[in-house]
Design a protein around this ligand. Structure first.
Ligand code: NAP
Length: 307
């Protein structure tokens, strides 16, 4: 059997401490999986590097589900069906889904999305057109609802979600800022927080009357041994502002509608989907994930394993 015909899987070796790195994962070679009746075999082209993975591999229960040492590392991939024993899927179909960090995956088709690569390149289905862009779209437009002329303060503004939030805010006629006092002489009507911790705490002093602070994520806290809450929350009370949680999957039934809007904006040149691609194989994932936490990316970080 050649190297290419084998599966390569990334498994969690241990719950990381601090920024996760190569020592926290191990690569395991497996025989090529074979689909049973009703299943299909997917070859991975791109693996998405999602900041939330660090929360999923914590030795704690803050997230919706967890990855334990020895488990396949959770990850969203975009790839192609190379074998099918399921009438709903054909060889050659492009798909995206949570199939884990591996070269090849067996699926029943449940939870998989078919990707129209005429509409958007395959990699974008993991980035702007995928969960990152959809998170920005629904959290901003459906929860924060910025009005023309208002100020949207985004933390983690250069990242996959943050870079889309800034563009969506401008499309709504609002002003998007990614830095605190210097760039925000005015108070912020919307605080879109991806970072948490001290950064988020500092933003609360800048919230406007009746403003909203959206907890999209808390990347700084995913690596912390003990998570810290904000001490400036009293400003929320004084300013009659609200603190709002958010999970993108609550909007799954309307993903298509959001993608249609995004596609039109891309075609008219009003929206870009920034990507930071790293070439490699499955064993390049741990180093790339470390770099994500060191802030190396501008836009969605993707591992391109097409060889
Ligand atoms: N609620 C939902 O449904 C949902 C869905 C998807 C994602 N999210 C959240 O969205 C946020 C962004 O995720 P993403 O996948 O798009 O990642 P990302 O923003 O592309 O990458 C993470 C960024 O965080 C910054 N960062 C890392 N450690 C930091 C620290 N200690 N302090 C401040 N900044 C730090 C780095 O940028 P710099 O160092 O350059 O600032 C890095 O580029 C995460 O909090 C994630 O959990 C939420």
């Amino acid at each position: 059997m050649t190297n290419e015909a084998q599966n390569l899987q990334l498994r969690l070796k241990q719950h990381p401490t601090g920024i996760a790195g190569p020592g926290d994962f191990e690569c395991v070679t497996e025989a090529m999986p074979t689909p049973a009746e009703g299943e299909l075999l997917v070859q991975t082209h791109y693996v998405g590097l999602d900041a939330a993975l660090r929360l999923i591999v914590r030795d704690s229960d803050e997230f919706l589900f967890r990855v334990q040492p020895g488990d396949l590392v959770f990850g969203s991939i975009a790839g192609q069906v190379i074998e099918s024993r399921n009438a709903d899927w054909r060889v050659g179909d492009y798909v995206t889904g949570s199939l884990g960090v591996q070269r090849y995956a067996i699926s029943t088709g449940e939870g998989l999305e078919r990707c129209d690569i005429e509409a958007m390149p395959l990699s974008s289905w993991l980035g702007g057109y995928g969960v990152s862009g959809l998170t920005a779209y629904f959290a901003l437009y459906e929860v924060c609802k910025p009005q023309p002329g208002q100020t949207v303060l985004v933390t983690g503004a250069a990242g996959a979600v943050g870079s889309m939030v800034g563009q969506f805010a401008k499309l709504a006629g609002a002003r998007a800022v990614g830095q605190l006092d210097a760039a925000t002489p005015k108070l912020a009507d919307v605080i879109f927080d991806n970072v948490g911790g001290e950064v988020f705490d500092a933003t609360l002093k800048r919230i406007s009357l009746g403003g909203v602070a959206l907890l999209c994520g808390s990347v700084s806290q995913y690596v912390a041994e003990e998570m810290q809450g904000p001490s400036n929350y009293v400003h929320l009370g004084t300013m009659r502002a609200s603190l709002q949680g958010f999970v993108v999957y609550d909007y799954a039934e309307r993903f298509e509608m959001a993608r249609e809007h995004m596609s039109n904006w891309v075609k008219s040149g009003q929206l870009q989907m920034p990507e930071h691609k790293v070439k490699g194989d499955i064993d390049s994932f741990p180093e790339a994930f470390k770099e994500l936490y060191e802030g190396a990316n501008r836009g969605k970080m993707l591992l391109d394993i097409r060889g």
